[in-house]
Every structure is written in C-alpha cells, then in structure tokens.
Design a protein around this ligand. Structure first.
Ligand SMILES: C[S@@+](CC[C@H](N)C(=O)[O-])C[C@H]1O[C@@H](n2cnc3c(N)ncnc32)[C@H](O)[C@@H]1O
Length: 251
C-alpha cells in the first residue's frame, strides 16, 4: 500500500500510512524535532554518565529516532557508543529508505542509510544499528539484551493495540536494565496504567519545542528538572476507578 510524503513544521518530511491511517510523526512537532526533543535529548540527559547504551527503537519506520540518535551524539561531541536494535514489519518501507528525502542534518548518513536499507545493519566505531524484520512483540519475547533506553514510538493504540498493553510492557520490563528510561508521545491514562502496572514510574514531560508526553523510569526519580511532573497513578485510579490499563484481550 502506498504512503504519501508530508512536510512537517520543522521542514523535515514524514509519511502518511494508508494502512494505519496515520502519519509517522506529529506534523506540529516536526519529524526531526519530535525525535530529538521527545526521545533522544531526555534519554541522553538521563544517562549522561554512561559510556555505552543499548537502545530499543520501537519501531524503525523511517528511522528518524535511530538516525537522530547518532546525529545528536556527533553534534554534541559525546564520548559514548550506542547499540540500537529496532524491529520493523514493513520490509518494503526499509528497502525504500535509500530514496527518502531526509533532513539535511542526515546528509552525513547517506552510506549508513543505504547499508540499512539493503542489509538491515550498520556498524562503525561509535554505533551499531540492527533492524529486525519481524513483529516487535516476537522480537521482544526472544530478546536476551538488556536495554537502557526504549523509544516507544509505534502508531497509536487504536491501530497498534498489541504494542501498548499491560502484557506488552511486561515483556519490555523483562529486558530493561535496572535504571532504564522509556520515552513516548502517548499521554492517555490507560497507556500510563499499562506502564504503571509493570512497576514503572510515570512522569509527564514537556520540552519547549514539543507537545507534552510521557516518560517512564524503572526507578522513582528524585532529581529531575522542573519540566518533569510525577504522575501519581494510584491517586489517578482512586479518582477514576473506571480507568483501566489496555489489555491484550479486549474486554
Ligand atoms: C509511527 S511509525 C514509526 C516511526 C519511526 N519512529 C520513524 O522515525 O519513522 C510505526 C512503524 O511501526 C511499524 N509496525 C507496526 N506494527 C508493527 C509491529 N507489530 N511490529 C513491528 N513493526 C510494526 C510500521 O510498519 C511503521 O513503520
């Protein structure tokens, strides 16, 4: 099924998926800006003292989150190496990426994008990226890597339900390091409950450049910047007893 090209507010392009009836990015935030401000900057600020990071990028799509990660490391001159693992169902999309119009910030990644689109792999001294052409849940269920960062960036739960449920985040929790961060654009209470019922700590975050979002941590945080607001999910449930997490089986 064909997808159409859309220019977003920061000038970078995304696509509209006819299969899922959704854009790959929020056009108001901008594709590159959303990647950097919602996923990469908060994750790297949190892990500023680590020298190696394992990152789970759910799902690869156009690859903005993976590519912007490497861009951010180079631009900020960080002494850090990353291993990025990313499931993606749509192999035709991956094959087409060598012809996608990426922002000029990604011009230095021409060779990387060609290798990823042909071999689903790229490696140099600073980073490795591996795309797994399979269902994300299948990948997570069989994965024996421990992750420091999860970019939780599938389509929304009405069309990608299996990647937002309590059971799904249970599988994710299993492959997290004990100081991990999960970044996502989603802000609904059912999704926050799906995370919370896996003993994750829920925060609302708003960068100056993007809409508000959710960030979940494996540990309760004591020293976050003022842009973070702790969400007391127990209190939320007391105030709204009908609020439930998303479950695999729709009730
Ligand atoms: C919102 S887009 C990802 C955006 C991505 N971060 C980017 O920069 O383009 C969602 C992607 O998830 C893929 N997808 C949907 N369901 C999936 C599943 N169950 N397992 C793996 N990939 C899936 C779609 O093919 C699509 O490329």
């Amino acid at each position: 099924m064909k997808s159409s090209l859309i220019k977003t507010s920061d000038g970078s392009y995304t696509i509209y998926s006819k299969k899922y009836s959704q854009n790959f990015h929020n056009t108001k935030d901008g594709a590159l800006s959303e990647s950097l401000n919602k996923h990469i900057i908060p994750s790297f600020a949190y892990h500023k003292n680590k020298k190696t990071l394992n990152i789970l990028d759910i799902c690869f799509g156009l690859g903005y989150n993976s590519l912007a990660t490497i861009y951010y490391i180079i631009k900020s001159d960080l002494d850090i190496s990353v291993n990025i693992y990313s499931p993606e169902l749509d192999i035709k999309l991956i094959r087409s990426l060598k012809d996608f119009i990426y922002p000029k910030e990604f011009d230095i990644f021409k060779d990387m994008i060609i290798q990823l689109s042909q071999n689903l792999k790229y490696k140099d001294k600073r980073c490795s990226i591996t795309i797994y052409n399979q269902d994300a849940r299948e990948y997570i269920s069989n994965c024996d890597i421990k992750f420091d960062i999860v970019y939780q960036d599938p389509f929304s739960s009405d069309v990608n339900h299996s990647l937002w449920t309590k059971e799904y985040f249970g599988l994710i929790k299993h492959i997290l390091n004990d100081d991990a961060i999960i970044t996502t654009y989603a802000i609904s209470t059912p999704i926050r409950l799906s995370l919370y019922f896996n003993n994750l700590y829920i925060y609302e975050y708003k960068s100056p450049q993007t809409l508000k979002q959710t960030i979940a941590f494996t540990k309760k945080q004591t020293n976050l910047p003022k842009e973070y607001k702790y969400i007391d999910m127990e209190l939320k449930q007391q105030r709204n007893p009908l609020a439930k997490p998303l479950l695999d089986i729709l009730t």
